[in-house]
Design a protein around this ligand. Structure first.
Ligand SMILES: [Fe+2]
Ligand SMILES: [Fe+2]
Length: 317
């Protein structure tokens, strides 16, 4: 509830939301809008950064110099996405160290897909194709999100994501058209990553705790289930081009609806992984904490340098 003092600001805020105007950092905004944005944007930033781990695992083992170079730049892009998103989140009045603390203590979440292991080279293909593919579907809708810095970050990120999706599909295409062993590897990686990729869109709309409010505020523009359906409809024809078996036997074209029907997600698995019991949750956070600690000297150097500059300025004055 907003206090009476803010009634005028609230009316102005609502008008701008209705008129599709962006809300900027210096604008008044309801406290719940700010909180909801911090939750969603930081979760997004954490996902970009934690998402570097499963793929980073394959940089030195990628099968050729070309594949190494491509994967290296892809993983580096994800660090950049994390950077834009942390900066955009900081514009809401929360510090980077608070956000990192929330991640490392398990208060903040990240996409559950990154708690699954990357067992073979084909996983790198499946991740680029399916996970970045799913991310694009979500992020395209977020280019129209109501908070200006978030919307602008999404525009740049989407351009890079489409390169990520293509490099993944290229890996899958080559494996699927390679030796029987390579084709089997592609099939296995797709089967394992398919369901976690669908889970990326979050719970059904009817079970989603934050969806209604976020849609009202235009933080979210399209519902979880609609985004998931869009992803399925665009990905099934790609599976056909690969010549692989469908990862879900219930996938079937529904002429009447003009979309694909598909099987039900294992929601118990989703909640287990989201709540910390996935195959790699512990390992991902442990690695993040170690990398963060190892970087302490950099943060210390930055602090010392800015203090020195400040003293110099004061002496001149
Ligand atoms: Fe990304
Ligand atoms: Fe990506």
């Amino acid at each position: 509830m907003q206090s009476v003092d803010n009634a005028a600001e609230q009316i102005e805020f609502d008008r701008r939301i209705v008129e599709e105007q962006k809300i900027e950092p210096s604008d008044w905004m309801p406290e719940d809008y700010r909180k909801n944005l911090i939750r969603q944007m930081s979760q997004h930033a954490h996902s970009e950064v934690i998402g570097m781990q499963p793929e980073g695992n394959w940089i030195t083992r990628a099968p050729s110099l070309r594949r190494k170079a491509v994967l290296l730049s892809k993983v580096q892009d994800e660090a950049g996405h994390g950077l834009y998103l942390y900066s955009a989140t900081e514009s809401l009045g929360v510090s980077r160290s608070e956000l990192i603390e929330a991640l490392q203590t398990g208060v903040a979440k990240y996409a559950s897909i990154f708690n699954y292991p990357t067992l073979t080279w084909a996983d790198v293909g499946a991740i680029g194709w399916l996970v970045d593919g799913a991310a694009i579907v979500n992020q395209i809708s977020l280019q129209r999100t109501s908070y200006g810095p978030y919307a602008r970050a999404m525009i740049r990120i989407c351009k890079e994501e489409s390169f990520h999706q293509r490099q993944g599909y290229e890996i899958m295409y080559e494996l699927a058209h390679g030796s029987p062993e390579q084709k089997a590897m592609a099939q296995d990686a797709m089967n394992r990553n398919w369901w976690p990729a669908l889970m990326m869109f979050g719970p059904h709309d009817s079970d989603s705790a934050h969806s209604g409010r976020s849609m009202q505020w235009k933080i979210k523009r399209v519902s979880n289930d609609d985004l998931r359906q869009k992803f399925i409809d665009q990905t099934v024809p790609q599976i056909e081009v690969l010549g692989l078996e469908m990862p879900d036997p219930e996938i079937k074209w529904n002429e009447e609806k003009g979309q694909y029907d598909s099987g039900e997600i294992n929601w118990e698995e989703f909640y287990q992984v989201i709540n910390g019991s996935g195959p790699c949750n512990y390992q991902r956070l442990k690695h993040h904490k170690k990398a963060h600690q190892d970087g302490e000297w950099v943060r210390e150097a930055v602090r010392a340098y800015s203090e020195k500059q400040q003293t110099k300025k004061e002496n001149v004055a």
